[in-house]
Design a protein around this ligand. Structure first.
Ligand code: G1P
Ligand code: ZN
Length: 555
């Protein structure tokens, strides 16, 4: 049967501006008539889609994924695509989408996820568009999508009977524009195969067989099936090494963000004393974030990036060295010190993975990371949670092979001894009124002239600015990427408003101080940073301007 392409009249919305990582809104907002369709059409209208092109589609399994996938399939057919690759059951992690786009040379991909935001009927939904290099669309595309979404008057679709996305294989459709194929692909195998080409699975298997205990928490989100295949099926870890590995539409009511607050169950297991597992890790809703823990020990993401860079040559994929590293501006300078030792370049970019893509495409950097539990390399163009977990396990396996010991804490302490410790913490004030958050930022900016030279306790301000980034590859400039207060001794406080929240505003305060003295490096970050925290509150007048007494989340 031939299906007719239909043109549907619509009206623009004013709120479809993609944030740090795609468009995220409450499910109910996405459920408004034409809301999802308008955004998808605005993306297609921005791209020059060649007739018959292939699109990759998958999501983190959250509520509304299946509905959105059917809608996108129908609109892709009407907009000239010839084929859509869909992960089985609609599931594909963000790094897996990036890999599929690259491996099968698809034109681009749509990822249905609001990442670490809560899911379910009353939770959040989101869409990200990734370009043919596998990475998030750069700002010049997302800005145009936003402009189009405000003035859109029609979208194209073709109604198909519900497509069976549970069964692997191809379904062909005829439209009045030609043939169109939906191909349901295994969500896990390609990704697991890629991991096996990067890491020494035999060494990791030996480590896991030696009595070394690990615990991985998928937080009821997308990495569950990947973890089962990689850790249990391929690396022979015990079933009890996994927790919360069945994806659920509302993440079992939880908040799928792998940090000390939201991954509390895993944290309790890892801090349970002498019998705690040797290694713990968690990933987020769409599988691009990672948290790394040792026995009774937490690794900050900034330190994790630095340790991986320093030990990269122990891993087969990076055994001949790394070209360079990049970190987002608020991420600590720990990796900068490793770059100096390795004599490789270190780039500082704005927050958001999209800024790493050009550097990786140009071969300038191999490893990248963000303080927000994001780490990855040029094997894909997204951050990659399970990749980071396997990297840690591979390095630990090499240490074990060398001297029979594999301790996360010992590795970190040795790292700090060599490079010093960039003591680091982020304080988040979530869902505060937007005006109050803006007032805090304005209040700080209003002191740009008077702060330099001022002394606060042991610290003296050297300079302050609002971070701007000049992309050396495409020449683009991104302004207003976070306010920095830099101190004479290299410490810093950064203030930034989140671009991923869906309720009010979220203010992030990033605190960093350098500790070269090995006798003080073991201190708890909140204690070591206590004076910086006070200074941050004083400069920002946060309590007076927002009424917030304490942060919602501390990482
Ligand atoms: C947050 C993180 C940022 C990350 C993004 C997507 O964005 O801070 O590093 O790239 O989520 O995972 P924010 O809410 O701060 O804009
Ligand atoms: Zn994510």
């Amino acid at each position: 049967m031939q299906n007719q392409v239909q043109t549907i009249s619509t009206q623009g919305f004013n709120d479809q501006k993609p944030g740090t990582s795609g468009l995220r809104k409450k499910v109910q907002v996405f459920q408004q008539p034409h809301y999802l369709e308008n955004f998808v059409q605005s993306i297609f209208d921005t791209l020059d889609v060649p007739l018959g092109a292939t699109l990759t589609v998958g999501g983190d399994g959250r509520y509304y994924n299946r509905h959105a996938i059917q809608t996108i399939i129908e609109m892709a057919a009407a907009n000239g695509f010839g084929r859509v690759l869909v992960g089985q059951a609609g599931i594909l992690s963000t790094p897996a989408v990036s890999h599929i786009i690259r491996k099968y040379h698809t034109f681009g991909g749509m990822i249905l996820s609001a990442s670490h935001n809560q899911g379910g009927v009353h939770g959040d939904f989101g869409i990200k568009y990734n370009i043919s290099n596998g990475g998030p669309a750069p700002e010049k595309i997302t800005d145009e999508v936003f402009a189009k979404s405000k003035v859109i008057t029609q979208y194209k679709t073709v109604k198909f009977a519900p497509v069976d996305i549970n069964t692997l294989g191809e379904t062909e459709f005829e439209t009045d524009q030609g043939k169109f194929t939906v191909q349901v692909i295994d969500a896990v195998q390609d990704y697991a195969d890629l991991m096996q080409t990067l890491f020494d699975f035999a060494a990791i298997k030996k480590l896991l067989a030696s009595g070394f205990k690990m615990k991985f928490d998928a937080m009821h989100a997308v990495t569950g099936p990947y973890a089962q295949e990689i850790f249990v099926n391929r690396l022979c870890a015990s079933e009890s090494s996994l927790m919360n590995c069945v994806p659920s539409e509302d993440f079992n009511g939880g908040h799928p963000d792998p940090n000390l607050t939201y991954a509390a169950d895993l944290v309790a297991i890892m801090f349970s004393g002498a019998n705690a597992p040797d290694f713990g890790a968690a990933s987020d809703g769409d599988g691009d974030r990672n948290m790394i823990l040792g026995k009774n020990f937490f690794v900050t993401p900034s330190d994790s990036l630095a340790v991986l860079a320093a030990n990269a040559t122990l891993v087969p994929a990076y055994s001949s060295g790394i070209a360079g590293v990049a970190r987002s501006m608020p991420t600590s300078g720990a990796v900068d010190r490793v770059a100096v030792k390795l004599q490789i370049p270190c780039y500082e970019t704005p927050t958001g993975w999209k800024f790493f893509g050009n550097l990786m495409d140009a071969g300038k950097v191999t490893l990248c990371g963000e303080e927000s539990f994001g780490t990855s390399s040029s094997h894909v163009r997204e951050k990659d949670g399970l990749w980071a977990v396997l990297f840690w396990l591979n390095v630990l396996a090499q240490k074990y092979a060398l001297d029979g010991k594999a301790s996360v804490e010992a590795m970190l302490k040795a790292h700090w001894l060599e490079f010093g410790r960039n003591v680091y913490s982020r304080h988040d004030y979530e869902a505060i009124p937007t005006e109050a958050a803006n007032a805090v930022m304005q209040h700080i900016k209003g002191q740009f002239e008077s702060l330099p030279g001022q002394k606060f306790g042991h610290y003296q301000v050297s300079s302050c600015d609002d971070f701007s980034y000049h992309d050396s590859i495409d020449g683009s400039v991104s302004n207003n990427q976070g306010v920095r207060i830099l101190f004479v001794d290299g410490s810093r406080i950064v203030f930034r408003l989140s671009g991923t929240g869906t309720e009010g505003a979220t203010l992030r305060i990033y605190l960093e101080a350098y500790e070269p003295d090995s006798h003080k490096q073991h201190l708890d970050a909140q204690i070591a940073l206590a004076e910086m925290i006070k200074i941050g509150l004083q400069i920002s007048q946060l309590l007076a301007l927002t009424g917030c007494v304490e942060p919602t989340v501390i990482t």
